[in-house]
Design a binder for this molecule. Structure first.
Ligand code: HEC
Length: 162
């Protein structure tokens, strides 16, 4: 490339860039956020979906409660994102029957087996779960309303699950 045209190229890029910095910054922020979401989702799928999957066809086929149910139960108990993330990370690092919030699930499936997850991955997974809508299996809505006819917040339900 000739020096002249190189100079023109540089000058126009600088001009373009300076007009676009605001836009570029926004785009960059968006990309960072969606990259984090993607990472959380991938970790979640790879580490938790083997058991907490949504592709099961019916309630009888599952081996663990769908994550959407876990999320609902944990959001009832922990109302800030910080507490929610802490609780999920603590649980998945060392699941113990005595600490379980989902008594019905423990009775039905046995307590979640202890596995070696990386803490930093668990944090990303828990944040992903808190921040995003989690897919639910097709059967979940009707099962949920038949199991919890008075809604999750009722006194009866609290007694049952605690
Ligand atoms: C090998 C199967 C399996 C895998 C993999 C698995 N879980 Fe579980 N999980 C279970 C079962 C079974 C239960 C229901 C019984 C219980 O509550 O312990 C459960 C329950 C839970 C609960 C509710 C615990 C409670 O208070 O009762 C949380 C939270 C949870 N899992 C998070 C995770 C996360 C996060 C991952 C991925 C990092 C994960 N699980 C991966 C089997 C699994």
């Amino acid at each position: 490339m000739k020096l002249n045209s190189l100079l023109v190229l540089i000058l126009t890029s600088v001009a373009l860039l300076s007009c676009n910095t605001k836009k570029e910054e926004k785009k960059f922020e968006k990309e960072v956020v969606s990259k984090e979401i993607n990472e959380g989702y991938t970790l979640f799928k790879n580490n938790c979906y083997a058991c907490h999957s949504v592709i099961s066809k019916s309630h009888d086929e599952i081996i663990a409660p769908p994550m959407v149910a876990v999320k609902r139960r944990y959001k009832m108990a922990y109302n800030s994102k910080e507490d929610f993330v802490k609780a999920v990370v603590a649980w998945a690092s060392n699941p113990k029957e005595d600490n379980a919030l989902m008594r019905g699930a423990v009775n039905q499936f046995k307590v979640m087996p202890k596995q070696l997850f990386k803490k930093e991955d668990l944090i990303k997974i828990a944040e992903y779960i808190y921040d995003n809508e989690i897919e639910q299996p097709a059967w979940f809505k009707s099962h949920f309303s038949s199991m919890h006819p008075n809604g999750m917040g009722s006194k009866k339900e609290m007694k049952m699950s605690n």
